[in-house]
Design a protein around this ligand. Structure first.
Ligand code: AVJ
Length: 311
């Protein structure tokens, strides 16, 4: 039996235009490299969203118009660094709420819970590991309204139709009165975006090439990393950042688990990631297309990033 990773790698590398999904970037090494990306000064989304949640927690909570206790359900809580500002605001104002962080990584959730219990001892936290939709379905039965958090701009990794499908699924698992706060990266001066993804330190390159190392390790392949490079390109009209791995020679790679030889032409590309940027109008359209009603956008002072509130 071959697992989904193996199957997806096979599909992607035998396609006419080769591709691999960015969701496979995040093995332990990849997650560490992503932390490095978030710490680069050029990678503005981290600071922008941190600023929004640091400066505008009060406005965000007021816009919910919740009366009485509520839940905050976070999809993909990760290390919870940004959410901390929101939680801190609520705890210090004695607001009655339960925090339900969800992640697929047990390790990430354990670290998050330990840190939060130390820093905010009175926080009511119910960490969950597993499938978002199963947990959302459970939460739908709660007597209290919920604020769902989908932060960090992960929605940018999805093409338009995929994003609408995913958001529609989230919508289906919410009840009337629930709200969604979703992080969306905004269109801006293309040079700023270019520098955030085509970084001069080569960290994003390492992040992409790590996917080949992962295939070597998990599927017994023999990719020679030095024979591949990285390229990415921002199209300010469509808002798409597209990332690619380039084969620097004509070469053949063997993948043992798949018992498959893959040939690469000189300069052949593997498409690895889409990081889509939106205008405020496009955010509203995305909300409506997935059955939400946009309420308001919370922006950082440079207008680089939006936390958009929908119901
Ligand atoms: C985690 C999907 C928000 O697209 O900006 C960072 C991942 N890729 N640099 C993004 C990423 C290259 C990131 N997201």
């Amino acid at each position: 039996m071959i697992d989904t990773f193996a199957q997806d790698v096979l599909n992607g590398l035998t396609a006419n235009n080769k591709y691999l999904s960015s969701k496979y970037f995040y093995d332990d090494n990849g997650s560490r490299i992503f932390q490095e990306i978030m710490n680069m000064p050029e990678y503005y989304p981290t600071n922008a969203e941190f600023e929004i949640l640091s400066m505008q927690s009060k406005q965000i909570i007021e816009a919910l118009k919740f009366i009485g206790p509520f839940n905050i359900v976070e999809l993909g809580a990760g290390d919870g660094f940004k959410t901390f500002k929101l939680l801190e605001y609520l705890v210090s104002n004695n607001v009655d709420f339960h925090y339900i962080p969800i992640d697929i990584s047990q390790e990430a959730i354990d670290m998050l819970s330990t840190r939060l219990k130390k820093k905010l001892p009175s926080l009511k936290i119910h960490p969950k590991v597993g499938d978002y939709f199963k947990i959302l379905k459970e939460n739908r039965k709660s007597d209290y309204p919920s604020l769902l958090l989908f932060l960090g701009g992960n929605i940018g990794n999805y093409k338009k139709e995929e994003a609408i499908d995913l958001l529609g699924l989230i919508h289906k698992n919410m009840k009337i009165g629930d709200k969604l706060l979703i992080g969306v990266d905004l269109k801006k001066n293309p040079i700023i975006i270019h520098n955030a993804y085509y970084d001069k330190h080569g960290i994003t390159k390492r992040f992409n090439l790590n996917l080949l190392l992962r295939i070597n390790r998990e599927l017994g392949a023999d990719f020679k990393i030095d024979d591949f490079d990285f390229y990415c390109h921002y199209n300010p009209i469509t808002g798409d950042v597209k990332s690619y791995i380039i084969s620097l020679t004509k070469q053949t790679v063997y993948i043992k688990t798949l018992d498959k030889h893959i040939t690469f032409d000189y300069n052949e590309l593997i498409w690895t990631e889409l990081s889509k940027k939106y205008s405020p109008d496009e955010i509203s359209n995305l909300a409506k297309a997935s059955h939400f009603k946009p309420i308001t956008n919370f922006l950082d002072c440079k207008h680089y990033f939006a936390d958009s509130l929908w119901e």
